[in-house]
Design a protein around this ligand. Structure first.
Ligand code: M6R
Length: 602
């Protein structure tokens, strides 16, 4: 959450920062700001509430400045407003700071060190920049040493970028738990929350690890631990393709990402195939997982929903008992661990703080870990013993779509390979079955006009809605409900169809939209019964049924695919429902209120 970009070099910095922030806007978008320093050491601060487009309107591009920092905010402390927007400045205006994360001891620091009268806003970040200013002034420290002294006092998560007005050619940065990396260029260097911000100008990056600070000039980058020890680290080439970050002719990223799903599934098949066309997973990972007597999947949101499909695959294809955990709840009731547990973390971004805190704990306990992520080099990837990449390409819309289907496809491949090793799944041709899913996804996507019309009929004017299903269809219902509620603001529940009558059916009234998913032969007739129950109480039902299980009056027919993989297909019309319902209701599909793409606070 929150996006940071900083640049020191030769180009006009305003445009570099604004373009970087535009690429990072998916991380938070309630306010934004930039600070630039000209060669006369004069600072220029621009802050605005709302989107980067608003900030762009007030930035003075004529200022000759070649260094600066910028920030797009997802509010934690203090309401979204101009005063709380970053960058923040020290009392004397010498230091300017942007921050992503949460300073846990900010209250204590405020009481001990900061003159309350000097504060203009309510953010935890402002306390830190005042602290830096105070240490520099009262102890006669250089900017670098004052920053180091402040870092020694701060507890919590942070990615910081700092400017000292006395050094217009230098940028300082530091990181603990929140993402930040260095980008290297000819005659310039940058820091950013992720590579997307700067991939237009460089694809060479250097990681920053927790507890490190960085000093950047246009010709040099040096990394030190906060304790002052020099760190040497090689750079790497980022695999992000700048063209993947563009919407092209699409009105929204979400629609582009929905449409990309057949290609993503095909790409995943290729990425996990060897030259003989066999699906492969690194041998060391397979060996480690086959030692496990229980697998624990840990994730949040959409990735958590994919985890339930992971449980199905691991239990059915590989016969390994599997539990699924919401990451933010894990520490309050951790599973009883005995024998040989194995942990899988699922995270599109690889940066989710709730999942990461569980990973840290599991590593302390000494259990083997695997991360499934879309972002190579992300924190969860670096810190787990092994990584399987989703190969979905950058996902920009806050509502996750192609990452979900990619997670399911990779979980299916992983489980299948584990099954093959044990001679359990030898009769399943997963490459063929996934190929069938990709084709079927295409035919559903071709129906988007029709699905858009249905979304209008069912969802344009409603306040609440339900998705229901049983078994694997229940897992899809949970995901479908999350998608609909997070972007259309329709209060939606994903419910186990059989559980409705134990209380929730009381909410059904005349016209309540109830979408039912039917892809599993074993539960189809029971779900049909539940549809009748809600219909007879006035519900406006919409049935998504798989070929072979359909009835003449069903609204959406899904081409038949392997039942274990049906979720990959059934979720697509629900994504389109969410997309079109949101359009019909007049909201921003890609940037729903209160949310951010990458959730880097606990
Ligand atoms: O990056 P992650 O997969 O770890 O993110 C987890 C959730 O924050 C994420 O899936 C969220 O629920 C999506 N916005 C849902 O569309």
């Amino acid at each position: 959450m929150c996006g940071i970009v900083g640049y020191v070099g030769q180009d006009a910095v305003q445009e570099v920062l604004l373009q970087g922030l535009e690429k990072l806007e998916y991380r938070g978008y309630d306010s934004a700001g930039i600070f630039v320093l000209d060669q006369e050491k004069e600072g220029h601060l621009f802050k605005e509430k709302g989107r980067i487009a608003e900030l762009r309107k007030i930035v003075d591009h004529s200022i000759p400045a070649h260094s600066g920092i910028g920030h797009t905010r997802w509010a934690t402390h203090g309401v979204p407003s101009v005063v709380n927007a970053h960058p923040h400045q020290s009392a004397d205006g010498r230091f300017t700071l942007v921050h992503n994360g949460v300073i846990e001891n900010f209250q204590e620091l405020k009481e001990m060190y900061v003159d309350e009268a000097a504060l203009v806003g309510n953010t935890d970040t402002e306390i830190v920049v005042h602290l830096i200013g105070k240490f520099a002034k009262e102890q006669g420290l250089s900017g670098k040493e004052a920053f180091r002294a402040a870092l020694g006092k701060v507890k919590g998560s942070y990615a910081f970028a700092l400017m000292d007005s006395e050094e217009p050619d230098t940028l300082y940065a530091a990181k603990n738990k929140s993402p930040l990396l260095i980008g290297l260029g000819d005659d310039f260097n940058v820091v950013a929350s992720d590579a997307m911000a700067t991939v237009q100008i460089t694809n060479e990056y250097v990681e920053i690890h927790d507890g490190e600070m960085v000093i950047l000039t246009k010709d040099n980058v040096s990394i030190e631990t906060i304790a002052g020890k020099t760190v040497e680290r090689d750079s790497y080439q980022a695999s992000v393709d700048a063209s993947d970050l563009e919407k092209g002719t699409y009105p929204y990223y979400m629609l582009k990402e929905i449409d990309e799903q057949p290609a993503v599934v095909r790409n995943i098949i290729q990425q996990y195939q060897n030259e003989a066309g066999e699906l492969v997973i690194p041998e060391s990972l397979v060996e480690s997982m086959l030692l496990a007597d229980r697998i624990h999947i840990v994730a949040c949101g959409t990735s958590y929903h994919a985890g339930w499909l992971g449980k199905h695959f691991l239990e059915h294809f590989a016969h390994i008992p599997t539990e699924v955990h919401v990451a933010s709840e894990f520490s309050y009731h951790p599973p009883l661990l005995k024998g040989n547990p194995f942990f899988i973390f699922i995270s599109q971004s690889g940066e989710t703080a709730d999942s990461r805190q569980v990973l840290v704990k599991v590593k302390e306990w000494g259990y083997p870990t695997l991360t499934l992520t879309n972002v190579a080099g992300s924190t969860l990837s670096r810190e787990a013993d092994a990584t399987l990449l989703l190969h979905a390409g950058p996902e920009i819309a806050v509502a996750s779509t192609k990452a979900y289907t990619a997670q399911i496809a990779v979980l299916a491949i992983l489980s299948h390979v584990l099954g093959l090793k044990q001679e359990i799944t030898s009769d399943l041709d997963l490459v063929h079955e996934l190929g069938m899913v990709a084709n079927a996804m295409e035919s559903i996507i071709d129906e988007k006009q029709h699905i858009g019309e249905l979304a209008k009929i069912y969802l344009r004017d409603t306040r609440n809605a339900f998705y229901i299903g049983r078994g694997l269809d229940y897992y899809v219902s949970m995901e479908a409900a999350l998608k609909l509620k997070e972007i259309s603001y329709i209060q939606t529940e994903g419910f186990a169809a059989g559980e409705l009558k134990h209380g929730t059916i009381a909410l059904i009234e005349e016209g309540t939209p109830v979408m039912a998913i039917i892809t599993q032969a074993e539960s189809a007739s029971h779900t049909r019964g539940n549809i009748e129950e809600v219909r007879s109480r006035g519900a406006n039902t919409c049935v998504f049924a798989m070929e072979g299980l359909e009835r003449g009056s069903d609204e959406i027919i899904l081409p038949a695919v392997h039942p274990s993989l049906a979720a990959l297909l059934a979720v697509v019309p629900t994504q389109l429902f969410a997309y079109f319902a949101t359009l019909h209701r007049g909201y921003d599909v890609d940037k729903p209120r209160n949310l951010a793409k990458s959730v880097t606070v606990e």
